[in-house]
Design a protein around this ligand. Structure first.
Ligand SMILES: [Zn+2]
Length: 396
């Protein structure tokens, strides 16, 4: 069969698979076993081996599947990586968000572009991979709960290190219109809880106001924000060029005349370099533990300040002569490199030594929105890209 016919079969198949994937309601935090078993089933039928990693109660699962090289040529393995969760839907969709619908040149459904479209293309193309004379391993990495704070991927990465899969080229197929993204800031989210002692407002010295200590803490955050600005790296590629910090909310207290015993602060930071994240946390923890907490405990020994990590999506750093970027460029012919403001799992792969590029079908413009869609043309572009991957993974 000609390549063109091959690709049109793959395309038809990718639409069918994408429709199936959209029908699994894999909103972040929810059970994604069914979807993973579906993907595993397709790949196993084609001769792939696989393993799963789970969260504590096995409700959510990552899949890592491999189509082995027929004859290994010492080429770096390829990892095709995507997250299986989607963001929740709000009211106002003109179609059922969990039922794929094609209208004109677009396919609608939650996750169509972010990022079940990419996963569908890889699964549809797996058939061709498996029938090719592969001279390197092709891996499929499908994770859970990326959208919340990259909760699933670190569990998978740990297992990869254990299995000594620490080398390779990883393509994270987030929607970039098939452009290469080679860097983004980190995204760290925290909630800090304050517990003091309630009391009557007429005797403030007998209580410990959690709200007031939280306010001091927020002041410290704002002070440290200026320090982050002073630490702007010389040749930062980001906009703004420095690490940012934001307080998203302060919640506490019950009445005008009651000393608040509980308060919490939601805040986040987007470090341009890992060191900024470390610096910020060190300074802040020192302030909380060495200044605020002793003051609180003087009046009420059971007072506490607890910082909870909601998620720490590490930054994805630009690398000169990135193997992954060069690999993608050699297929697409596009040598441009861009940075983005959204977080991905790319930094996690990069951290263990796997060369990584973010490149996938669809646009981030449609992600997380009502009436999310992917242009059918983008799926075709992705399939053509996968054909390039195959051509670079066979004995010639
Ligand atoms: Zn995504």
């Amino acid at each position: 069969m000609s390549t063109e016919n091959n690709n049109s079969t793959v395309y038809e198949n990718s639409i069918k698979i994408l429709s199936d994937l959209i029908s699994f309601k894999t909103i972040s935090g929810q059970d994604n076993n069914e979807l993973i078993n579906y993907c595993d089933g397709i790949l196993k039928k084609l001769g792939a081996t696989s393993f799963k990693t789970f969260d504590n109660d096995k409700k959510r699962v990552n899949l890592f599947a491999t189509l082995k090289a027929k004859k290994n040529n010492d080429k770096l393995p390829i990892i095709l990586s995507g997250h299986t969760d989607v963001v929740p839907v709000s009211k106002g969709w003109s179609t059922d968000p969990f039922k794929a619908e094609i209208k004109g040149d677009k396919l609608y459904g939650r996750g169509a572009c972010d990022m079940k479209g990419f996963i569908a293309c890889t699964l549809a193309y797996a058939n061709i991979f498996s029938n090719s004379n592969l001279d390197r391993d092709i891996h499929f990495s499908f994770t859970f709960d990326e959208e919340t704070a990259c909760i699933g991927a670190p569990i998978l990465i740990k297992e990869l290190v254990k299995r000594n899969i620490k080398n390779g080229i990883c393509i994270v197929g987030e929607p970039t219109n098939m452009k290469i993204i080679d860097a983004h800031k980190g995204c760290y989210e925290y909630t800090t809880y304050f517990e003091g002692l309630a009391g009557h407002s007429s005797a403030p010295h007998k209580g410990v106001s959690a709200v007031e200590y939280a306010a001091k803490y927020v002041n410290k955050l704002i002070e440290l924000r200026l320090k982050l600005k002073e630490r702007t790296p010389k040749e930062s590629i980001f906009d703004p060029p420095h690490s940012t910090l934001q307080v998203g909310g302060i919640f506490g207290g019950i009445a005008h005349n009651v000393i608040a015993d509980k308060c919490y602060v939601n805040w986040e930071t987007r470090p341009v370099v890992k060191e900024d994240g470390i610096f910020l946390n060190n300074e802040l923890d020192k302030y909380a533990n060495e200044e605020l907490l002793p003051e609180m405990k003087k009046i009420y020994p059971n007072s506490s300040i607890k910082k909870k990590i909601i998620g720490e999506i590490i930054s994805f750093n630009r690398v000169n002569n990135s193997k992954a970027c060069e690999f993608v460029s050699s297929i697409t012919g596009d040598n441009s490199r861009e940075v983005v403001s959204f977080g991905t799992e790319a930094g996690l792969f990069q951290e263990i030594g796997i060369s990584t590029a973010v490149c996938g079908p669809g646009s981030i413009e449609q992600a997380h929105k009502i009436d999310e869609f992917i242009k059918l043309d983008e799926l075709k572009k992705c399939i053509n890209f996968l054909e390039g991957v195959k051509n670079k993974s066979i004995n010639n």
